[in-house]
Ligand binder design. Structure first.
Ligand SMILES: [Zn+2]
Length: 119
């Protein structure tokens, strides 16, 4: 089902699932997210939808645009670091691994080469 969707929709589903898992475990939420996690969820969705690259969006690690504000990025990192491994156990989906990788590491060399290509 996930494979039928576009990459952006897939990323959105994965991110939203991870936030939900994190919030349930850390903030005791059941049906809805706590306000902090809800803010992150809305923010992530907005960033994804307004990505200037559209469907051609590069993986975030290699993207020259840092669209997350530092506090949101830190929060998202925390969520991914916790939820990522658990998500893989539940749903061994390669894209998840890929996304965590995007968030956790940065490759300045690749980023700068992307930047120069853009010009
Ligand atoms: Zn929460």
């Amino acid at each position: 089902m996930l494979l039928l969707k576009s990459r952006r929709q897939r990323e959105s589903v994965i991110v939203q699932t991870m936030i939900k898992m994190y919030c349930m475990s850390h903030h005791g939420s059941i049906d809805s997210l706590c306000s902090a996690c809800n803010a992150l969820s809305v923010y992530a969705e907005k960033r994804l939808l307004s990505c200037m690259y559209g469907e051609a969006k590069p993986v975030c690690k290699e993207c020259p645009v840092h669209c997350y504000s530092p506090p949101m990025r830190d929060y998202m990192r925390k969520v991914m670091r916790w939820a990522g491994p658990r998500m893989i156990v539940r749903n061994p989906f390669f894209a998840v691994m890929h996304m965590i990788d995007n968030f956790m590491s940065a490759n300045p060399k690749k980023r700068s080469s992307l930047k120069t290509k853009q010009k």
